[in-house]
Design a protein around this ligand. Sequence first.
Ligand code: SF4
Length: 710
Amino acid sequence: VHLQRLYVEIPPGQSPSVRDFTGQGGTIRQWTLLPSSPSSSALLRYAALACTGSFHVNELCRRLGAKGKVPSLFGQLEFTLVRDTPQEGCPSKPVRLAAGWRIAPPDSVRPIQPKEARDASPVERLGKPPRGAQNVGWLVLGYGSDFGAHSAEESFHFEDPHHRLKRLASLVAPGADVTNPVAYLKRLHWKGVRYLKPRSRQFIEKLNRSLSGWLEVEPDAWLDKRFDFSTVWETLPPWRQKLGMLVLDAARHLFDAAVKLSNPFEQSGVLLLDGPQHWCAPDCLPGFFRLLNGLFPRFQFLVTLPDLKLLPAELVTHGLAVSESCARTKPRRARLPRGTALLIDVDSSLPNLALMKLSRHLREQGKRVVLARRTARLAGASEVYASCVFAFPNSARRVAELRKFYGADLQIGGSGVDVRRRLPREIEALPPDYTLYPEMGDRALGFLTRGCPLHCPFCIVPVKEGKPRLVSDFESLLQGRRKLILLDDNILSHASALPLMEEMLRRELAVNFNQTLDLRLLTPAAASLLRQIRCSNVSFTRRNYYFSLNNNRNLPLVGQRYALLQATGRDNVEFVCLYGFDTTLAQDVERFRFLRSLPGAYVFVQRYRPVLGGPEAALSGFFGPDAEEQINALLAINFTQNMKSMEVYYRWLCLLYAAQCGRIHRRLVETLFRYNGRHRMGGFLAKLESHATAQNRSLDADPNQSLLHW
Ligand code: SF4
């Protein structure tokens, strides 16, 4: 983002200050120098407010007010921002965005309405300010005349939802800490030089080349594996240290804000610099400006200086091009050829077997068949069939949209809308049409048996399928293929389980037991066959066994049956673990600890979501009196793979703990964000705090209610 125009009427009634940063030929002036004065410094801070989205603006205002860094915070601010459309996405959105803040003491800020606008010649009509809650994009950095290096190794703890305001810390509070340069360089060096992570490597290379003259090192010295940053840094004079601190802090913000950009230096943004002459000698300032210009070529710089001639002549006329937005082309509504049957897969995670059978049936009648997904709106179909597998809110919304569009023409089935509705018997008996889903490749998919003799209360199978029975044979299922994704509900419970497994072995099939196997039913003979069959993951790229363990009942039996498999630490044995139904935290911990003790086992957690007409979760007694210790025990359980799945459980647990116990388990939150999405931790903590506060306010509240909107 760049700043094109700024209108400041603070306090109200005072003659407004208007700055237009438009350069030659409609570009944005890259460098704007303002004469050193309190009003120029205040203008930089107003520019910071203009470039801050609605999520942070109140907090920034509060901090500015508390530090007295602007003469008064009461009045009106209007501004026009320019998006760098190709880089900030949404190429068809308007490039210019005009908005304003009405600021009233002590710290209340609200967007102004178009009719309240005071700027006599705005670039654009006023609209809604952006929210700016994301860490990425919307990059505004600010440095005051006085700042120091953070003493700790890591100055970003991300516990504050407004941690993004650290980008402006020293502009708001004199003496504020910026990134510890030595610690940061060591970390970057570790990743880029020792572990050769390409993005970090390129980044440190560029920093080294650009800063070598200023920090008195060779242009490739930092690429030496043994380079000692601490010793070299200590020998630098203070002003060089300050310069290094500022540039490295800015570079770090660029790097962290562009997680997906291969060259973070290409980002656009605004850099506000208040009085650099306080720490940099005037004769070095032109060189410093050239350094900033070279490193951050798409940044707009606003600087306060006592002598405006210090800006090198070649930078005075530099302009940043404004990229125009592409016109949005209205997509033409697709129309299917006459007589086409349309099949819609609403929400399947695997190719939909019912639709494949339906497709076979329709094609045998000589009809043309087209597959569409989710809420596809295609006119002209002679027949429309949709399948919805899940009873989740998203699926229900999609079904409602389809019903609205296709009306009475739509025929819909699947467990997500009706657990009892089946395909007609003659269609059910047909082999699937694998050409409907080209992504199937050389894999086959389907059931040999359906049904289960057990009655787990959370499961749809007893209601939908009943007792186990044989429903297909290898020939019609495989159609010449050697990789089989098997959807059987509980194949080990069927009387023909062993002959079926022997047949898999004889045919040398690779089998993905997609719906997991019931370990309690594993016999020595079945275990021996299972070891010989090529059990695989769903993409058939590695050997994988799948079992489920939905509660902690009969763990000794499970342990005995697992021993039959003779798995070692080199095997991959995934246990799908249901949570959030009727187990307690202590039981979950016991179950995870038990699985951790099995060689080769790891977990894939799956949250309970009621099927149509299914029972609600019973969670009121989930936390016992020793909840804190149980969570600590949980955190001590580390699986050798798929810990990302455990993060899903941690997240759910954090929210439930706050909602039911009215407290935040900090260690659990810290573990959840240790490796992934760290910059989102502050926002998550704020959410937990609101859950905990709500619980503390109303101890009688039904905790299950608060689960509904997670
Ligand atoms: S969860 Fe498994 S064992 Fe239980 S009823 Fe469903 S299919 Fe059968």
